[in-house]
Ligand binder design. Structure first.
Ligand SMILES: [Zn+2]
Length: 234
C-alpha cells in the first residue's frame, strides 16, 4: 500500500460516531469532542469549507470552525468505491491472501502482512466513503503497523462504514497472479472475507486470473488485486 504521512480529506457526509458520543460532523461548522483511534481532524486551509483529516499516531481529534458550506452535503442512497493494490513477491515471505496463508515459494514483502486482497478491499470501502486511502490512514512509516495483520485495517474500514450509516451492498474482487493456482483456496479466502466484512457470501464475489506470463505479475514477481464495492445506506 502507498506510503504517506499526512493527508487532506473532506468527507462528503457527517460521520456518525459510536453511541453516547457526539457526532463528528465533517462538513460545515465542525465540533468534534471525542477521540478516534487513528484519525485526527483539522481545519482545511484556504477556501474549501469542510475540515481536513490528518493522520496522526496520537488518538486525539482536533477540529476548528469552518466557513459554512454553501450547499448541504449529499447523503447518497448508494456509494461506489474502487480499490487497487500490488505487492512485490519475494522468497522468504509468507503469501497471505484474504487472511489465508497460501503455500508458495514466495510471498509479499510489506510493512504489514502484505495481504493484497484485504488492502484493496479496505481501499474500496474507504473510497466509497470518500475517505483517504489505506496508506494514508495506516502509514507504513508508523512502526505500530509493522507486521500487523491486515484484518486490523479491515475492521477499521468496516467500523467507519457502519459509523457513516452504510452497509455492504455487494463486493467484487479480482486477484491477478501467475502462481500458485488459487482455485483450491478461493472458498477459504472468500469465507474469511465474508467474516471480516460481516457479509453474506451471496454479496461477496472473488475471481482470480493470471497475467499471461507478461510483466512482473506474469513472472511470479508480483501480485495485484482490484475490488469494487457498492455500499447501501442503512
Ligand atoms: Zn498493500
Amino acid at each position: 500500500m502507498a506510503m504517506a504521512n499526512s493527508l487532506c480529506y473532506a468527507g462528503p457526509f457527517p460521520v456518525k460516531t459510536p453511541s453516547k458520543q457526539s457526532p463528528v460532523q465533517l462538513p460545515g461548522a465542525c465540533v468534534v469532542r471525542r477521540s478516534l483511534p487513528y484519525l485526527k481532524f483539522t481545519a482545511r486551509p484556504a477556501s474549501s469549507s469542510p475540515p481536513a483529516v490528518v493522520v496522526a499516531s496520537a488518538s486525539t481529534v482536533e477540529a476548528e470552525p469552518q466557513a459554512k458550506s454553501p450547499t448541504p452535503p449529499k447523503v447518497l442512497p448508494f456509494r461506489v468505491g474502487h480499490g487497487f493494490d500490488l505487492h512485490r513477491l519475494e522468497p522468504g515471505y509468507p503469501l497471505i491472501i484474504g487472511g489465508i496463508n497460501i503455500p508458495h515459494d514466495r510471498g509479499c514483502e510489506a510493512h504489514s502482512d502484505g495481504d493484497v486482497l484485504l488492502h484493496c478491499v479496505v481501499d474500496a470501502i474507504l473510497g466509497a466513503l470518500g475517505l483517504p486511502d489505506i496508506g494514508q490512514i495506516f502509514p507504513d512509516t508508523d512502526p505500530k503497523w509493522k507486521g500487523a495483520p491486515s484484518s486490523v485495517f479491515m475492521k477499521e474500514a468496516v467500523r467507519l462504514m457502519n459509523e457513516a450509516g452504510y452497509e455492504l451492498g455487494n463486493l467484487d474482487s479480482t486477484l491477478i497472479l501467475q502462481r500458485p493456482k488459487l482455485s483450491p483456496h478461493k472458498e477459504a479466502i472468500r469465507a474469511n472475507l465474508c467474516e471480516l466484512l460481516g457479509a453474506d457470501p451471496s454479496v461477496v464475489n472473488l475471481k482470480a486470473k493470471t497475467h499471461e506470463k507478461v510483466d512482473s505479475l506474469g513472472e511470479n514477481r508480483s501480485i495485484a488485486a482490484h475490488t469494487v464495492v457498492l455500499l447501501v445506506r442503512k
